[in-house]
Ligand binder design. Structure first.
Ligand SMILES: [Zn+2]
Length: 469
C-alpha cells in the first residue's frame, strides 16, 4: 500500500458554474474528438481497414451456414432447454489437400520415453545421425527437447540418409533442419495467422460469464463485450435470465485451426427486452471506438459501474442505519461487494484530487471530472501503480483494488458521485454522451457498420430457423 496522508484536497468545490462553462466542461469530457474540418472524400470499399488483415465480408445471397464443418451439427439436436448457444465461423476455402507423401518421407509421433535416437531408430537412421544433427547447430538442440505427441517429419535422401527434418513446436511455429554441405541449416518458420470473422450467440441463464463460456466466447472477449456495453448496461445489477447477445469477432486461424482471437467487430446485447448494438470503427485519424449502428458513441463521459461483475450491497439512500456507527445516516453512495483485490476502474477521465487515507473511507480515491463532476472510491485495499494525488487518470483505468479499509464490515467499494458538489445516486444518473461519428466520416462508417449489423441479423435468423427445424 502506498497511501499518503491526506493533503486536505479541495474536496467539494462549491463554486457555481455558469451554464456556458458547464457545457465547456462537458465538451472537454467528450472523449472522442473528431476534427470536423475533414473534407477529403475518400472512396471506400467494404474493406474493414482494421489494423490486422481481416476477411472481407462477403455479400452473400444465401445464408452463410453453407460451411457444414463450422456449425456444430445437427442444429435440431442442440439442447436448447437452458441456454441456446451457437457459434459459426466464416471459413476460407480449405487448403488443397497435402500432396501425397513421397516414399522418402517419414513421420513419427513422439511417445513416452522417446528420444531423438529412438525416433531415428524407428525410421532406420543410423545412431550417429543424432550426434551429427545435434552437433551441427546450436539451435538444433531444440530437436532433442521433443514433447509427447509432437510429430517429427523426416526426409531421407536417395541413399536413405537424413536430408531434412522438421517439427511443429506450436500452432504457429515450425523448426526445420536441412542438410547443407557438411552440416545442417536450422530454420524457424513462424506462421502468420489469417484473421477471419466469427459469429457467436448466447442466451443468459445464470450469469454472463457462464453463458459466454458456453457460447464459446473467451473470457477476454467477454470482458471486452462488458466494456463496450458498460455505459448502458450495469453488469452488476441489470443482467437477467433470457438476456441475449450476438458477437462478431476476429478469429486468428492457422491451417484451419483457431489459435486466438482479436477484436470484437460488432455486438448486440438484449437486456431486459431492450437491445443495444455496437460497431467497432477506426476513423481516418486511426482512433478506434465503438458506436451504435446509427453512429453515436457507445462511450459516455462515465462508466456506469466502476467494478465489473460486482454485487450491489447497499444503495444510495437519504437515511439508513450505519452498520458500524449504528446510527441513522444517509448513504451517499452505492456499495459494490466484490472479492478483495478486484480492480476498481476510474468512471471517467479526470484529475486525482486524492489517493490516500480519508477517515472512515479508508484508502480513498477522489477524481475531479471536468468542472461539474466528482467521483469517490472508498475502502480500497490499495492504489494502482501510478495513481497519486495530483495525477490524472483515464476512463476505465484501474485506480485501486477492493478492500475493507476504514469503517467497513467487509470487502466492498463505496462509490459516490457528485454533480456540482451535490451527491447524487450514481445509478440514477443520465450519463453525459461522447461525440458521435463526424459528419465527414458518416458515409464511410455506414459502409462498414451496415454489413456487420446485417450479418448479425442474418446469422441469428438462420440459427433460430435451424434450431426450429
Ligand atoms: Zn457505502
Amino acid at each position: 500500500m502506498s497511501n499518503e496522508p491526506p493533503k486536505a484536497p479541495p474536496l467539494y468545490p462549491k463554486s457555481h458554474l455558469l451554464a456556458a462553462s458547464g457545457i465547456a466542461a462537458l465538451l472537454s469530457l467528450a472523449l472522442l474528438v473528431f476534427p470536423s474540418s475533414e473534407v477529403e472524400a475518400k472512396k471506400t470499399t467494404l474493406n474493414l481497414e482494421l489494423e490486422s488483415p481481416v476477411e472481407q465480408l462477403e455479400q452473400q445471397a444465401t445464408p452463410p451456414l453453407a460451411n457444414e464443418e463450422a456449425a456444430p451439427p445437427p442444429f435440431a439436436q442442440i439442447d436448447t432447454a437452458d441456454e441456446k448457444t451457437e457459434q459459426t465461423a466464416k471459413t476460407e476455402p480449405a487448403p488443397a489437400a497435402e500432396a501425397a507423401k513421397a516414399p522418402n518421407h517419414r513421420e513419427v509421433t513422439v511417445g513416452r520415453g522417446d528420444t531423438l535416437s529412438t525416433l531415428f531408430g524407428k525410421v532406420g537412421l543410423p545412431a550417429n545421425a543424432v550426434h551429427e544433427v545435434l552437433a551441427s547447430n546450436k539451435q538444433a538442440k531444440q530437436f532433442s527437447q521433443l514433447k509427447h505427441g509432437q510429430v517429427l517429419e523426416i526426409e531421407l535422401d536417395k541413399d536413405g540418409q537424413l536430408a531434412s527434418l522438421h517439427s511443429k513446436v506450436s500452432d504457429l511455429e515450425t523448426i526445420r533442419l536441412t542438410k547443407s554441405g557438411n552440416g545442417y541449416a536450422f530454420n524457424r518458420e513462424i506462421s502468420k495467422p489469417t484473421v477471419r470473422s466469427a459469429y457467436v450467440h448466447g442466451v443468459i441463464k445464470s450469469s454472463l460469464s457462464a453463458s459466454a463460456q458456453r457460447a464459446g466466447l473467451s473470457h477476454s472477449l467477454t470482458m471486452d463485450m462488458a466494456g463496450i456495453f458498460g455505459y448502458d448496461i450495469d453488469f452488476a445489477q441489470d443482467i437477467r435470465q433470457g438476456d441475449e447477445f450476438d458477437v462478431i469477432y476476429e478469429q486468428k486461424v492457422v491451417n484451419g485451426k483457431v489459435v486466438g482471437t482479436g477484436n470484437i467487430l460488432s455486438a448486440r446485447f438484449s437486456n431486459r427486452g431492450k437491445s443495444y448494438s455496437a460497431v467497432r470503427y477506426t476513423n481516418k485519424q486511426g482512433n478506434t471506438s465503438y458506436y451504435t449502428a446509427d453512429g453515436n458513441s457507445m462511450r459516455k463521459a462515465f462508466i456506469r459501474t466502476p467494478v465489473d461483475f460486482a454485487r450491489i450491497s447497499s444503495r444510495f439512500s437519504a437515511g439508513r442505519k450505519h452498520p458500524i456507527l449504528n446510527k441513522i445516516r444517509a448513504h451517499k453512495g452505492v456499495d459494490y461487494a466484490a472479492p478483495r483485490g478486484t480492480p476498481i476502474k476510474a468512471a471517467g477521465d479526470g484529475k486525482v484530487l486524492l489517493a490516500g487515507r480519508r477517515g472512515g473511507y479508508g484508502n480513498t480515491v477522489i477524481i475531479q471530472h471536468g468542472n461539474r463532476y466528482q467521483t469517490l472510491y472508498g475502502h480500497m485495499q490499495g492504489f494502482a501503480k501510478g495513481v497519486k494525488t495530483g495525477g490524472s487518470v483515464k476512463q476505465g483505468q484501474v485506480i485501486g483494488y477492493i478492500g475493507t479499509t476504514g469503517l467497513s464490515t467487509g470487502p466492498h467499494l463505496h462509490y459516490e458521485f457528485q454533480v456540482n458538489g451535490v451527491h447524487v445516486d450514481p445509478l440514477g444518473q443520465k450519463l453525459p454522451m461522447a461525440d458521435p461519428i463526424a459528419k465527414a466520416e458518416r458515409q464511410r462508417f455506414m459502409q462498414q457498420s451496415q454489413p456487420l449489423i446485417a450479418r448479425m441479423d442474418q446469422e441469428k435468423a438462420t440459427m433460430l430457423a435451424s434450431s426450429k427445424r
